[in-house]
Design a protein around this ligand. Structure first.
Ligand SMILES: C[S@@+](CC[C@H](N)C(=O)[O-])C[C@H]1O[C@@H](n2cnc3c(N)ncnc32)[C@H](O)[C@@H]1O
Length: 845
């Protein structure tokens, strides 16, 4: 040790002070409000980065001098062990400029460090930790993350003193960098040999950090590990090149809490193979694990289920008609308020509303650096909200931007995948997401990159789900018709449950060995049993060549859950309460697999007769369990509004669904399956449910007066009251074709009387067939004005034999819809009876 040593130490102190004042300058600059907006952020960052780079060089020099001094001390200790300790202490005391007693030095530093780490953690690693105190509210919006940077820089002064703690160990002075930790108990001190600060971040995480930097535009980032021993920032401060880490040494313990979290995540979802490193950010680990877990698939399935049973159609709320972005922003802000609720679906809608609100506000900003306060005022004015709601609106804006950032290039479908409630082990709540800081989000994007295929498939589901919610598209998912057990399934299987069901445009026919030629079949065999000779005319347009099958109504339905009946089809007009299908209109074609007669008897195969062949043999079944379009979801009713008929359309015999009366927006589209379908199980159609209720009522109530009283109680004055139509002349158990006045006749008789080319019926596996003579109805066709809501509908009046009408074009449908409204149907909308699960049970664990 030389005599100049104390001078050198003084010089070091001066240098450190110079560094600190430089940092303070940077901090002051950052805190100036004009530098906060986004456009300045990058400049500021690079500015900080530049200065930090210079500072790190200075620090490197300081460390080298300190090393040299320490080497001198060691040499002196070898020569004179008694005096060595005191000298070292002196050097340290001077260097730290505070501690006067060597024994207290470490303790004080540790307390200060813990305090400091706590601050740091609140603003950095724990920025999104919902379970921790809310000290990081300043990270609410992106602009504020700048503040956070400056705060951290401000803290650097303490860190410089405290992270580089010097302790004595066997006479050697070592530079200690404390590991990040949450509680004092778990504080770990990692020691490094002087001059050989180890960079403990593994290659992989290092790559992550590099790509993270690239993702975020290459600006300076605090890619700080939640439990890494040396973070890049610290490494820089220590004079260690991040790009050139020194050789790896055995690491000491890491944050036990983070280890626990990682273990817990891996144990709960080991099949998804999530691997995290200790160098990853805690918040990003939590978000990644929460999204890439099996539970996400459960959540997605629950979301579909909730949508099927939802009474709220968000479409209109998400389709503002105004041309100006402030108007649209106001509409979305209102929507966000509207759907404030606790179900996953509602939370998703709030997220979407917030995101869209932020997008519109950003559009209004028109490239300006920050949102003009006037724009918020404009939105408040549009909504006629008081100024008191300003804060709430600003919060929505911040949330919306956060959602935008989280979704990033993964797309808005990701919003469906983020948990709606906080669940262990990841505990990702709404608040957690709102408090994520930019670095967490960037690190999350880097982490999910490793499971990109998986997340892409999940996001694809999310996009379809949003299309269904917002664009009124009808999409069926595989999980809705399968039994799902996440225990039994591989990752791939689980993902396949979220794939959309592909509807076959036409029937799928494949010849099968042993498929016998149908009775009286006059053409070649084997061949497609729906084939018709070229001279057969289309039943819709009477031409031999046409494209009528492509002109059937589109998107005039919605798949919803009808309690224990399972899913069903609800008519949707272009506006609420409108007329959806005219009487006799063809609603759609049932498509599926063509299989030999009597192959299936499970309610998912429909017998296909050929009424143009003598004796109307069943030529095949249309089996629609595995392959089939939406028409297969039409439920049975003893008083249906539609029927399955066999018609020649565009050169083929087809099972067509035809309206047997006007069908209004909100009604369930039903058909009669045939008289024997419900031989062994209960029919749950509205008519049967009502008559069952009537039976129960008549048994439980002793006198008719009592019954009347009860009825009156159930129907408060002013409410719509629908009488049960008379059940006269219903033949047997089947009210096929909905006609109480219809006479059951044999199919053959029917055919001879009214078939032009091909006109038959189709039944879902009914063994005994019953057909009705459509011409025997004497009732005059009813006009639209006379048509009553579904439950009121007097079926006697609906059996006119007017010729089938061609499917209306979309324009004609719109014209028609605007001319007629039946709002009262909403009162009877079957959706209001929902709430039960899928018809087929979903097995979860
Ligand atoms: C062709 S599928 C109709 C779609 C079915 N609801 C679904 O969710 O897949 C026929 C099945 O629906 C159910 N279903 C249809 N109408 C019903 C009714 N009126 N009462 C009880 N169950 C009905 C029965 O389980 C039947 O086997």
């Amino acid at each position: 040790m030389t005599r100049e040593a104390p001078l050198e130490v003084d010089a070091l102190i001066a240098k450190v002070e110079g560094v600190l004042s430089g940092l303070k300058k940077i901090k002051d600059e950052i805190q100036q409000p004009r530098l906060r907006p986004a456009a300045y952020r990058k400049t500021t960052r690079s500015h900080v980065s530049f200065n930090l780079g210079t500072i790190s060089q200075i620090l490197q020099g300081i460390v080298q001098v300190a090393q040299r001094l320490q080497a001198g001390l060691e040499a002196r200790a070898m020569r004179n062990p008694a005096s060595a300790k005191g000298s070292t202490t002196t050097v340290l005391k001077n260097a730290q400029g505070e501690n006067t007693q060597s024994g207290d030095s470490t303790q004080d530093d540790e307390n200060a460090w813990n305090k400091n780490t706590q601050n740091d953690e609140n603003t950095v690693d724990r920025g999104a930790d919902a379970t921790l105190p809310d000290n990081d509210q300043n990270t609410q919006n992106n602009d504020d993350s700048q503040n956070e940077n400056s705060q951290n820089n401000g803290n650097l002064r303490n860190e410089l003193a405290q992270n580089h703690e010097h302790t004595q160990d066997d006479g050697n002075i070592r530079v200690c960098v404390r590991d990040r930790n949450i509680s004092e108990d778990h504080t770990q001190i990692t020691r490094y040999q002087e001059g050989h600060l180890q960079h403990p971040i593994t290659d992989k995480s290092f790559r992550r950090q590099k790509s993270n930097q690239a993702l975020s535009g290459g600006g300076h980032r605090r890619i700080r590990s939640s439990c890494s021993n040396v973070t890049p920032t610290v490494a820089k401060r220590k004079g260690v090149s991040v790009l050139n880490p020194p050789p790896k040494k055995k690491r000491s313990t890491c944050s036990s809490e983070l280890n626990e979290l990682i273990k817990e995540i891996q144990a709960s979802d080991c099949s998804l193979g999530l691997t995290f490193q200790k160098s990853d950010r805690r918040a990003s680990i939590r978000l990644t694990a929460a999204i890439l877990s099996k539970k996400t698939i459960e959540r997605c399935i629950a979301l579909i289920r909730a949508w099927r049973s939802s009474k709220v159609l968000p479409v209109d709320a998400f389709r503002p008609t105004t041309n100006d972005c402030i108007g649209r922003a106001a509409a979305f802000a209102r929507s966000a308020q509207l759907y404030e609720a606790n179900t996953g679906l509602d939370i998703l809608l709030v997220r979407l509303a917030e995101l869209n609100f932020a997008l519109e506000m950003d559009e209004a900003r028109a490239g300006a650096i920050r949102t003009n306060k006037r724009h918020i005022d404009d939105v408040l004015n549009r909504l006629q909200w008081p100024q008191a709601k300003r804060k709430a609106l600003e919060m929505r804006l911040a949330n919306g931007r956060k959602w935008q950032k989280i979704c990033g290039e993964l797309g808005t479908g990701l919003l469906c995948l983020i948990p709606f409630t906080s669940e262990a082990p990841c505990c990702v709540s709404q608040d957690f997401c709102h408090r994520l800081i930019e670095e967490d989000i960037d690190a999350f994007h880097v982490l999910v990159e490793e499971k990109r295929q998986f997340i892409d498939r999940l996001c694809k589901f999310g996009t379809l789900m949003l299309d269904m919610l917002l664009k009124d598209q009808n999409i069926e998912f595989q999980c809705e018709s399968s039994q799902v057990s996440s225990l039994m399934c591989t990752e791939d299987d689980l993902l396949s449950f979220l794939e959309p069901v592909q509807y076959p445009e036409t029937n799928f026919y494949q010849p099968v060995d042993g498929w016998l030629k149908p009775r009286n079949w006059q053409w070649d065999w084997p061949m497609d049993p729906t084939w018709t000779p070229p001279d057969y005319e289309c039943d819709l347009c009477q031409a031999t060549q046409c494209d009528c099958i492509s002109n059937l109504p589109k998107n005039c339905y919605r798949i919803i859950q009808y309690g224990a009946k399972g899913r069903g089809i609800q008519a949707r007009a272009s506006y609420q309460g409108g007329l959806t299908f005219r009487k006799d209109e063809y609603i759609g074609e049932l498509t599926g697999e063509l299989v030999p007669p009597e192959t299936y008897n499970n309610g998912m195969a429909l017998d296909f007769h050929r009424p143009d062949i003598i004796d109307e043999p069943v030529v095949c079944q249309v089996y629609c369990e595995k392959k089939g379009n939406w028409v297969r979801l039409v439920n049975h009713s003893c008083k249906p509004c539609a029927r399955f008929v066999i018609k020649v359309v565009s050169g083929k015999a087809r099972v067509m669904l035809q309206a047997i009366r006007d069908i209004w927006d909100g009604e369930e589209v039903t058909a009669n399956y045939g008289r024997n379908f419900f031989k062994n199980k209960d029919c749950l159609c509205q008519m049967c449910a009502q008559s069952n209720q009537a039976t129960i009522d008549s048994r439980t109530l002793s006198s008719p007066n009592e019954a009347n009283n009860r009825d009156n109680e159930q129907q408060p004055s002013g409410s719509l009251r629908y009488p049960i139509p008379p059940q006269t002349e219903v033949n047997d158990t089947c009210a096929d074709e909905g006609g109480v006045s219809m006479t059951p006749v044999s199919c053959r008789a029917s055919r001879h009387r009214r078939m032009s080319c091909l006109d038959g019926h189709a039944d879902f596996n009914g063994q005994e067939k019953l057909c009705f003579d459509m011409e025997s109805s004497t009732a005059p066709p009813i006009t639209r004005e006379e048509t009553t809501p579904p439950i009121l509908h007097n079926i006697e009046n609906t059996t006119s034999s007017s010729p089938p009408v061609l499917a209306l074009s979309e324009k004609a449908r719109l014209d028609r819809d605007t001319s007629t409204t039946r709002n009262q149907i909403q009162a009877e909308s079957p959706v209001t009876n929902l709430g039960e699960g899928f018809g087929k049970p979903l097995l979860w664990f």
